[in-house]
Design a protein. Structure first.
Length: 324
């Protein structure tokens, strides 16, 4: 059989670049397509020039390009999307139009070549569901369309429906993954991602800004664990037509996260509260908790993300420290 070949949309992004590294190390060929809207060539420094790796700087919504690249691919990992609450709030039209159009194109081309397909969705699709931990068949409780923040969840949910429509209508071998807060080196803070923001603030001695009352709880997952799960799920035929949570189930409040970052960096920074209204304008709602139930993932691949939070934070600190 010819060498396995993966197409990664959003391959110059945070998760996409780690996935490219992981697959190349496992002997795959990798083609990344990225418009560099939030990703960067620098993310691919470790794989640039490696035999078997190619990057196309383009929209993954370019159907002609995608058809050409998909012709000899085996798997497509669809990660390209407008990501991050802050970015989504700032560019609501783009979030909806770009995310839907890109996914439509990727699924159409994947179906044409019958590619094994993995579509990245998000824990945001559980919306305001109050459950303590989310299972894959739980309901999505999406808030009113008057609140822009829900557009990301709604567009990702539609991506999921679209993926499963292909599965039911054409038997496209597709798997949907719902990623929970993923962290690690190369994630950037300017689109509202909390860990690089806190670490950057702490290292610079600026106030560490906690939104709301800081009692909201999140589970953070190491990016290297996530990409391993993506590759494992894609390799298993039994995961076709299924959706999986990918996340860690260690919870921490955002206030405790801020304190931990302050302690680990030895920073003199103050931890300060900032209201959601101040940051995002009116009508912002946030979820109290977002914890995955990972039993389905564990049953499928025999593993769930388990890197300790301190170890993950240290990788981010080590990366950002030299930059000052
Ligand atoms: P990221 O912004 O680093 O990666 C997205 C990449 O897609 C970027 O490189 C961007 O330039 C590219 N891109 C965006 N639109 C594109 C398009 N139309 N064509 C080509 N490239 C395009 O973010 P990430 O954290 O790596 O996210 C990857 C995926 O994982 C996204 O689908 C996101 O919704 C999902 N996700 C991430 C998290 C997380 O915590 N990081 C959580 C849930 C879901």
């Amino acid at each position: 059989m010819s060498q396995n070949h993966a197409l990664i949309t959003g391959g110059a992004g945070f998760i996409g670049s780690h996935l490219a590294e992981h697959l190349l190390a496992a002997g795959w060929r990798v083609t990344a397509v990225d418009d560099l809207s939030t990703g960067s060539i620098a993310n691919l420094r470790s794989v640039e020039g490696r035999p078997g790796f190619r990057l196309y700087v383009s929209s993954a919504g370019d159907e002609a390009l995608l058809r050409a690249l998909a012709a000899d691919a085996h798997v497509v990992f669809h990660l390209a999307a407008v990501v991050g609450v802050k970015k989504v709030m700032e560019s609501a039209i783009q979030t909806i139009e770009k995310n839907l159009h890109t996914t439509e194109t990727v699924l159409k081309v994947a179906n044409l070549f019958r590619l094994r397909t993995v579509v990245a969705s998000t824990s945001e699709v559980y919306g305001a569901n109050p459950r303590e931990s989310f299972r894959e068949d739980d309901d999505s409780i999406i808030g009113t369309s008057r609140h822009r923040r829900w557009s990301y969840a709604a567009s990702k949910l539609l991506d999921e429906f679209h993926a499963f429509a292909y599965f039911y209508s054409t038997s496209l071998p597709v798997t949907v993954v719902r990623l929970f807060n993923t962290i690690g080196p190369r994630q950037v803070g300017h689109y509202g991602m909390v860990v690089p923001t806190f670490v950057g603030q702490a290292l610079a001695g600026r106030p560490i800004t906690v939104y709301g009352d800081g009692r909201q709880r999140r589970c953070f997952t190491f990016v290297k664990d996530v990409v391993r799960c993506l590759a494992e799920l894609a390799a298993r035929p039994a995961t076709v037509g299924q959706v999986y949570n990918i996340g860690s189930d260690q919870e921490i409040t955002i206030m405790d996260l801020a304190r931990k970052v302050k302690a680990m960096t030895g920073s003199p920074s103050e931890v300060v509260l900032q209201s959601y209204q101040e940051v995002f304008g009116e009508n912002f709602v946030d979820m109290e908790r977002r914890k995955p139930d990972v039993s389905k993932l564990r049953a499928a691949i025999g593993y769930a993300p388990d890197t300790r939070l301190e170890a993950m934070l240290q990788t981010v600190i080590d990366e950002l420290k030299p930059r000052g």
